[in-house]
Design a protein around this ligand. Structure first.
Ligand code: B12
Length: 489
């Protein structure tokens, strides 16, 4: 069957925030479908129209205009798969589906990705023949083989009798049965030259496992993969990485897993493979990092030693908060003292850079909890290591437990979360306050954000770069609140 997969334009808060996506989801579907004998074309509207941006929904929509995008879809296409990688993609994806349906009325049109998985009812209002809720490979392959829309778990059509609880697709039990994401796609080299995470040099995004057994209240990966952790074998991962290194000159990989180090033994085997790879590419050393974050409590001294020797340039940890009650509220459940010990060890092990994700304005955070978290961060700063904090504003993404709690407890939720079609918004953790309450209003959220930013702000980053300890930096009490003018800008 002739299949076309489409990555939509992306909505970014500011023009300068625009980055490419390595399209791991669609490239994975592509190689799977090709292995089954189908003819596949990938149209990445973000990549093809990267220099085309227009103001929309309080941000910038980057990618090919729809009229131009349609010209890239083969005339004789029989099945079109549209990716909807974020909740905030909703409106553009609905517009894209309408344009595709009108231009290719005879082709079957299917939408998949985070948005239809988290908000299937909303997604079913699009002009599609079906949506896929959950993992895409098996369901889309069944549709490509001529399967009926209602005949596969997790596949729903707008006029089907689906008005019951939506169920996800069956998960592929053994991820090694799926081929690695397709490298035979247009402009593959451009992906490598432009990492979505801003890395310099030939960098590839890689996924070595899917899902996470933990239940963080704010995480929106569960609508796609449930709470199950499945991993590719170390051998399969290393084969993919070697292919990227030797075949495409890749020098760094960004491991985008939800919980890369969950299975110690497997992670250790992968890192041992990286150590060997470095020995054979020492003219331009191979490096890696996990920009999506790993759990601090999934490391132990032996694994950390391997992390250090295998060319890790940055360890990113999802700390999220430094107060134990907040850890419980978020469902993150890190033992903060053990985490502190591990951070100290990371500093002593001379990991070049350590980044901690930290959530600001989390619903339910009292002043006392915030202060206690700040105290923890002060202790971390006093380690005088290359530690920085990536400050994120809490967002009640659709499909998360946090969204359910915010609704139940009467929080004031940004309208884009409830109705992404009529009231679209950028939903960015960097620039948008997505949820407030009387106790935690915008001014208070900004004040808290400012205090954390001051602690690990530009002066601290410069000091870290120069390897200078924190004693030279200002005390917290010097911080003043900012105004809210940057919201949504
Ligand atoms: C890499 C990544 C990025 C990259 C690239 C994004 C991309 N999608 O390619 C960048 C850096 C750009 C990014 C940015 C952001 N991200 Co991000 N990102 C990820 C991450 C870690 C991996 C994505 C990935 O490649 N997954 C692997 C592939 C295999 O999975 P997949 O794409 O979902 O595809 C599967 C299914 O969804 C489905 N499928 C997908 N497309 C299709 C199409 C069809 C037709 C079918 C049938 C099926 C199907 O099948 C695939 C295989 O099973 C995910 C977490 C995650 N595990 O997904 C977060 C994630 C997608 N990001 C998230 C967020 C919040 C953001 C930001 C908003 C954060 C911010 N800074 O504000 C920004 C938004 C960017 C913007 N537009 O401004 C949230 C999404 C929340 C939501 N509900 O929208 C996630 C889920 C993280 C989380 N745990 O909550 N991100």
């Amino acid at each position: 069957m002739k299949i076309c997969l489409v990555n939509p334009p992306f909505l970014f808060p500011r023009r300068k925030d625009a980055v490419l996506s390595h399209c791991l989801g669609l490239r994975g579907l592509s190689s799977h479908l090709r292995s089954l004998g189908h003819e596949v074309t990938l149209v990445d509207a973000l990549l093809l129209g990267f220099h085309h941006a227009r103001a929309e929904a309080g941000g910038w929509l980057v990618g090919l205009p729809l009229s131009t995008l349609l010209e890239h879809v083969p005339e004789d296409v029989e099945l079109i798969g549209v990716g909807a990688p974020f909740s905030q993609s909703a409106r553009v994806v609905h517009e894209l589906c309408a344009a595709l349906k009108s231009r290719f009325p005879d082709a079957r049109l299917v939408m998949g990705g985070i948005y239809p998985s988290a908000q299937p009812e909303s997604a079913l209002r699009a002009e599609v023949d079906a949506i896929v809720v959950g993992e895409g490979e098996a369901a889309f392959a069944a549709l490509a083989d001529g399967g009926a829309h209602g005949g596969f778990m997790g596949v729903y059509s707008p006029n089907g009798s689906h008005h019951r609880a939506f169920e996800r697709t069956h998960l592929v039990a053994d991820l090694d049965t799926l081929p690695a994401p397709d490298t035979d796609v247009p402009h593959f080299a451009t992906y490598l030259d432009r990492s979505p995470r801003g890395a310099v040099g030939r960098t590839a995004s890689v996924v070595t496992s899917r899902g996470c057994p933990f239940d963080c209240e704010f995480c929106s990966i569960h609508p796609v993969y449930g709470h199950c952790f499945r991993a590719r074998s170390a051998g399969a991962v290393l084969a993919e990485v070697e292919h990227l290194v030797r075949g495409f000159g890749v020098r760094a990989v960004e491991i985008e897993d939800d919980n890369f180090t969950h299975d110690h033994e497997r992670a250790a085997s992968i890192l041992e493979g990286f150590v060997r790879l470095r020995e054979t590419t020492n003219h331009v050393p191979f490096t890696w990092r996990p920009p999506n974050g790993i759990r601090i409590d999934s490391l132990d001294p032996d694994l950390l030693d391997l992390v250090q020797r295998s060319g890790c340039t940055e360890l990113v940890f999802g700390l999220e908060h430094g107060d134990p009650l907040m850890q419980d509220l978020m469902g993150k459940r890190l033992d903060l003292e053990a985490a502190f010990e591990m951070l100290a060890l990371c500093v002593r092990s001379e990991i070049p850079k350590i980044t901690l994700f930290y959530l600001i304005g989390y619903p339910g955070e009292t002043k006392e909890m915030f202060e206690s978290g700040l105290g923890y961060l002060e202790r971390v700063r006093a380690l005088d290591g290359p530690v920085t904090v990536s400050v994120n504003l809490a967002q009640p993404y659709p499909g998360t437990r946090l969204m359910e709690r915010c609704r139940a407890e009467g929080y004031d939720i940004d309208p884009s979360y409830e109705d992404p079609l009529q009231r679209p918004g950028v939903m960015s953790t960097r620039t948008v306050i997505g949820v407030t309450s009387l106790d935690l209003d915008e001014a208070e959220i900004l004040r808290r954000r400012e205090l954390v930013v001051r602690l690990f702000g530009p002066r601290w980053k410069r000091a870290v770069k120069r390897g200078i300890p924190s004693r030279a930096l200002p005390r917290l009490s010097a911080a003043r609140p900012t105004s809210g003018r940057w919201k949504g800008s």
